[in-house]
Design a protein around this ligand. Sequence first.
Ligand SMILES: Cc1ncc(COP(=O)(O)O)c(C=O)c1O
Length: 396
Amino acid sequence: MTAERWAELRADIPALERYAYLNTGFAPPPSRAMTAAMQARMDLELEHGSTTRLAMDEAQARKEHLRELFARVLGAEPGEVAITSSTGVGVSTALAGLNLTSGDRILTTSVEHGSGVVPLYHAGAMSEVSVEFVRVAPDDSHGAIVERFTSMLDDRTCAVMLSEISYATGQLLPVRAITEAAHRVGAVVIIDGAQTAGHVPIDVHELGVDAYAVPAQKWLCGPRGIGALYVSPEALTQIAPSIVDVTLAEEWDLEGTFAPKGDVPGKFELAAVPPVLVAGAIQATEAYLESGAEAVFDRVRELNRAAEARFAGIAGVTLESPRNEESRTGLFCFGAEGLDASELGPWLQREHDVVCRAVTERNVTRLSLHVFNTEDDIERAAVGVEAALRDGITSG
Ligand SMILES: Cc1ncc(COP(=O)(O)O)c(C=O)c1O
């Protein structure tokens, strides 16, 4: 893909006319095309009502189409993918369905998001399972991270849960090698893909993971409230559905008949999949696939290198995301001497129309660099940070 493609995507996002919007890792700025796709579904319901044959058939067909698109993003088969509402729900579904035994251990990393870790703590509390953290730093080599995991894995480790890209450091983690090591001790591997779908090429079969959860929002640029969960055919037999509705039943009546779905990802789905969100997610995912996963990943890393070069020259700035190429992504983190990141982000927005977020645990500011962002956006953020370091900031 070419610069024209990125310019075309940029031109379709009105918020970019005003803001240097560098916060896709939290939530992306919507495009006109995605909004129009959602509006088209609302118009159909306005005209026909939502339970007419036409509206219901359209909703069902579109849901199956979205499943195929999610499968392409994940490198999976459509029959291996359940439609969910978010990454956190996907991770939680995979975890809650495991048969955990008191005394088991779950391993994760020290750079996870709350939506991944809280389900671990909850599962731990419910089943007397310990949650243990493998320390990870942004500049660790993949080899060092795998070694640290391997040294902590043992036959009491029932599950490993980690992000393929850490929201906190922006680093790409060596999921394939960690999965191989985890499988050697019989642990199930669950991946939080909140920051990966629409950002890096994913091939769940190649990674060998048991479950991989993604949202349509964030880097795929779809709406909030819809996502997907891949579960491998082997793991399907180990993970039971935990929250269910009538969708689980193959057959049921009010006299005691109940036959649940077999071991298919559909057993994790619920009836309420909003057609408006499906429409938005289809548009966004098709646009991403049209751009090409490799091309997107190349471009966001190019922007990351540009940000690194620019911010490295600012006195008082420390670079806080990986500088090695094996871990580099479109997330760029920096610290600013003497400034509190939780105040710097809001100040940059107020004073410079720069939208980004703080990772408060690390006191760093995070810029999400997607293909619709430009070197000019990075420049605006850099100029804002220079002003903040020079003149100080006021809290709002
Ligand atoms: C790594 C990671 N996991 C999970 C989440 C939560 O995602 P969702 O809203 O799809 O559950 C986020 C959101 O920022 C994230 O960065």
